[in-house]
Each structure stands twice: as structure tokens, then as C-alpha cells.
Write a protein that binds this ligand. Sequence first.
Ligand code: NAD
Length: 504
Amino acid sequence: MHMKYMIAIDVKSGGCRRTKRRTPPHQEDVMSHSPPQAIYVAGRWRKPATDELIDVVDPTTEELLARVPRCSPADADLAVEAAHAAQEDWAQVPQPERIGAVGALLKALEARADRLTEAVVDDVGTPLRIADKLQTHLPLAAVTGFLDAARGVEDPVRIGNSTVRRSPVGVVAAITPWNYPLLQTLGKVVPALLSGSTVVLKPSEVAPLVPYLLAEAVAEAGLPPGVFNLLSGLGPEVGAALAGHPDVDMVSFTGSIQGGQAVAAAAAPGIKRVALELGGKSAAVVLPGADLERAVKATVSSCLLNSGQTCLALTRLIVPRAQYSEAVEQAAALAARFTPGDPRDPGTKQGPLVSAAQRARVRGFIDRAAADGARIAAGGSRAPEGLDRGFFVRPTVVADVDADAEIAQEEVFGPVLVVLPHDGPDDAIRIADGTRYGLSGAVWGPDEESAVALARRLRTGQVDINGGAFNPAAPFGGMKLSGTGREFGRFGLEEYYQLQSLQH
Ligand code: NAD
């Protein structure tokens, strides 16, 4: 069976080597991809405790893309032991040297930027035309943000008769999802390393290829053995083992609410620090007098980005009642232009969803909304025409539902926008804040001042004002059930320190 990403484990040396297969020339590059059937622990590739593997499926072709180890709690023990053993020495490394080491990692990542992009297109289905910028270079810019932040850390500081110093949090278990694999892993690994902490990364089993390339870059950058370790496997097995491990000091988790609750519960007996970046149902609020056309366009683009599999996607468009019909019409027309297709085709604006399960889940939401009387103004749950393979869902706009309907309350994590009317700023805030989430948002006002005034009243972690762009150095994270803790930049780095006060 041919798999695009396959390398055998050299059991004798404990390392990985390329399989010596006769391959046609066009497959030679393929063989240089990272080694998915091993784990990276204590500075080397090794065979996991069991031979069990997890299939990684190409969401566009539904073919097998790779197989990665289904690690066991025994592998988690080994990786935590390696991280624990390395942590004290890593903490003693002077900060400029740690900054230098992360700089070397950044260079190693930059050197494989094309492979990172190719892997995310293959594994997640992000369209090639945006993947390079969104999935590769934005995360690399976030590393630069962390490096700048680390250079600016003032340590120690004097407060009265105290010297307050930062020390690393210790061993960090980083558990990440599949939708932005490089951004989400670097958002945890880099600040942990800069703080002097060490890491065990457990990426999503659904899209593990990019994290494997990250491990390859770590190896090339020459980071000391044990400061970064990579395991693959299932959340309730190896993720849970990490979250409850007595030698793990912090769990940084990005994923679903249910996953976050499980991790927090597993971490509670050990009183570990827990950072949770969970889901969202973010709202774009349009005030009277705002540029409706721009607002609708930006909201549709945000909602459909990465096939709607973006935690901060703006998935509810809340517009003045007088402009409701116009907004629905505009949104439907724009959504219809995002024709799903092969993400490897440079013309494609929307790829597939990541998995069959995700597609079924999204279609279920659309079907239930329609059955409850919603108007499907664009798209729908039927497969897009001409695409009988691949986990595709048509960009969908849902109208004429109550703000408390399931489709307007729950995170769909697919290309589905709900348009709702409001009767003034207070009503808009009531609707925008009327879900259990509080991750992101947008406000469009007739001027910046009125938009900012409304944004400040929203209970959500970030708000884009009149089209403000995502900033990878600004703190990112949620309120309410969207999570706890902040990632990226200066504030993201702070999460990985603990403070010690010396009175003298
Ligand atoms: P998920 O919760 O199923 O999985 C996320 C990670 O947690 C995976 O590595 C998984 O293996 C692991 N996991 C699952 N159950 C676990 C358990 N019981 N113990 C330990 N680990 C466990 O989420 P997903 O389907 O991969 O990702 C989609 C979700 O992630 C969406 O809800 C989305 O909003 C959210 N998300 C949030 C952010 C953010 O920054 N706020 C970013 C991206 C995705």
C-alpha cells in the first residue's frame, strides 16, 4: 500500500531512516518527509512501547496518508521522565542562549516552510492559496513575537524589600488540536522553552504531520535532549496520562470544551497549572451607520476560513433589524463564491473538512436547523456537486432562527454562518454575549469610538474593531467556557513562569 508519508524505524539504532524503496522520481521528495512511525523522546527517534498505529487520512481523497504510533501511558511516562530529567539544566541555561536556541529552531522551521505548507494542505485540507501565509508564516511570525517578548523580560524586579524573580513552570504537557497544527504547537512549545521549561507535545491524532516536522526541526536545531519530546496518540489514552502525570507541572490544552474539562479534572489532584484554549461562537456586531458591505464580507471570510475550522471564526453576524434582509442576501451571495474543491489546486478557496466525523457533525447541525424551520440561504447539507470523494461541506448561511437556537448557540466548526437581527446596541450585546463562549468577536461601527465603546462591554477575549487584523503578538484566549489563560507574545510567555519573592 502506498502512503505519501512513510518512513521505517531503524530499531537497531533507535533512529529513523528513509525506507529504501524504489520510487519514481516524483516520489523522491515524498520520502524526505518526517518520520511518522516513531516518537521523539530524549533527543532521538525511538520505537514506542506498542506496535499499534493510527491511520491518518487525506481529507481530500479519503486515502491513507500516513500511520503514526498509538502511544500508551508507558510512552507518556518515558517522555515525561526525559522532560523532567532535562528541565533543571535547561533552566540554568542563560536566557540569551535559550533565545539563541529558539532562534535556531525558527531557522530550521523556515528552512522547511514549503514542506510544512504541503503537509498542512495534505493533512488538514487548508487550501494551498492561503496555507503558506496562514498555516506556516503566521506561526513563524508568532515565534518572532515570542523572541521579542523574551528579550524584553525584566528579571528580576525589585518591589519594596523584595527581589521578585521568575522561574520556569517546569515540565509542560502541550496537548493540541488539528486545525492550525503549527500555530497551536508553537504557541505552547516556544514560550515553554524560552521560560526554561521543558515540553512533552501530544498533537492531535487527526493531523499529526506538521508536529512531526516540528520535531525534525528541533532535532536539527540541536536543542538539548529531553527539552522537547513528541508523542502521538489518542487523547483519552496518552493525553490523559500526561495531564494526570505527577511530574507534569503544567498542562496547556487547546481543543474542545469536553477535552478541556477532562484535562482539568485529570490535572486537579496534582494542583497543576492548567491553560485551556477552547471553542468559540464568536459574533460580528454591526451597528447602524457602519459599512455593512465590508462587515459582511469580512465576516463571511472569517467564518469560512479553513472551512470554518477556526476557533476564533466569526460565525454569527448580528446586524440592525432594518438591514437584516440585505445582510442575509449579501452573505449568501458571497458564500456561494467559495466553491469547495481540491485544496492543492491554487484556485481553490475552500477545501474539505478534516474528517468524515467532522463532516457528519456539521451536516447534522445544518439538518437539525433546517428541520427546526431555519432558512438555508446558501449551501446546505447536501454534498457539493461533482465532489463524491473528500469530506466537503458547502458554505452555508442560515437565517431566520432565534438567538437561542442550537445553530446559533453551539460551535459548529464548519463553514456555517448564522445571521441574526438586533434592535440596538444593548440588544446586540445581549445576543453576542448570550452563549457559553467568549473567545473572539468583531464590532463594526460608524466610527472607531462607538465600535470600541461597544467592544469594551463584550465578554470575549479579543475583538476586531472595524476590520482590525489578527495580531500574533497580542494575547489570545477566551472568557467563560472558551477557556482560561492567554497565548502568544509577552502575555503568552508570562504563563510559563512562576514567581519567587526574596525578601532582603
Ligand atoms: P479535541 O478536544 O477533540 O482534541 C484536542 C486535543 O486534545 C487532541 O490532541 C486530543 O487527542 C486531545 N484530547 C481529547 N480528549 C482528551 C482527554 N480526555 N484527555 C487529554 N487529551 C485529550 O478537539 P479537536 O477536535 O482536536 O479540535 C477542535 C476543537 O478545538 C474545537 O472545539 C475548537 O474550537 C477548539 N480549538 C480552540 C482553539 C483556541 O485557541 N481556543 C484553537 C483551535 C481549536
